[in-house]
Design a protein around this ligand. Structure first.
Ligand SMILES: [Zn+2]
Length: 273
């Protein structure tokens, strides 16, 4: 299996009730496996001749995990062992209309170019079980794959800017938001989960594309809560799935010769063999 979708807040049910939403009919087969980081639940989803792995980052290790409690290694390791090379991810984000990156509304889809990680998380497979003197030191250029971005043809999907990851689950204070805006050039989105997945994708030598679903606009309205975020994502879920399915269709003829940085080094696990 070469392709996967990682979903987050507000996306549950779209691949099971989709025939009523203007999406194709999906066949979804539940799977379980164990990894060095614990057991994982996921689905093999197929529609027509297309199939992919579907992982819900918050529920794949049951019970629900908050962003700061997710061990991204568990499902990313499963994706690596399954042979996945192309990863699409949906993520609920705050949209920051700041500087050159204006125009976001609640429900907008945005593909950022880069990220700043303020979570202080340690996102690597390197530990006592996986040791190598050089393999884990690798470039962080183009972590959010520009070639995967080019597969998204929906012109309504906004492009560019920097996604800043905060630890959560509480949202940023007004003072923190002002600090981010004034100190992070190109700030466009605030999220909680992309940094961990992006770093591990690079260690897996996988192409990784997060698509942010704008669930609130903290500069315009600071009254966001969990229910509002879930509602906003549900409104956008069909559009984001359609955009990803179209992109997947372009991958079916085989990967073109890409010049991104994602596979310039082999997966760290290959270096350990
Ligand atoms: Zn790439």
């Amino acid at each position: 299996m070469k392709t996967a979708i990682i979903t987050g807040t507000g996306m549950s049910g779209v691949f099971t009730a989709s025939q009523t939403m203007g999406l194709p009919i999906f066949n979804s087969e539940p799977k379980n496996t164990t990894t060095p980081y614990g057991s994982i639940r996921y689905h093999i989803v197929s529609t027509g001749s297309r199939s992919f792995i579907l992982v819900d980052r918050h529920y794949c290790t049951v019970p629900y995990r908050f962003p700061h409690m997710i061990d991204h290694r568990a499902y990313m390791y499963m994706l690596y062992k399954s042979g996945v090379e192309h990863i699409f991810a949906t993520t609920a984000v705050g949209g920051v209309n700041w500087g050159a990156f204006q125009g976001k509304k609640v429900g907008s889809l945005v593909m950022p170019d880069d990220l700043v990680d303020l979570t202080a998380g340690v996102y690597t497979f390197a530990d006592e079980g996986f040791v190598h003197p050089t393999a884990f030191y690798r470039s962080a250029k183009g972590l959010l794959c520009p070639q995967m971005q080019s597969l998204i043809t929906d012109e309504a999907v906004l492009r560019g800017g920097v996604l800043t990851c905060i630890i959560g689950p509480g949202y940023e204070t007004p003072a923190e938001l002002a600090f981010y805006c004034n100190s992070i050039p190109g700030l466009s989105l605030l999220g909680m989960t992309v940094a961990g997945e992006a770093r591990l994708a690079r260690e897996m030598a996988a192409h990784y594309l997060p698509i942010g679903i704008v669930a609130d606009l903290p500069l315009e309205d600071s009254s966001v809560d969990g229910e509002g975020v879930e509602r906003a994502v549900k409104h956008a879920q069909v559009q984001v799935v359609k955009a990803i399915l179209t992109a997947m269709g372009q991958l079916e003829g085989g990967q073109p010769s890409w010049n991104c940085d994602c596979q310039k080094k082999p997966a760290v696990f290959k270096c350990l063999e």
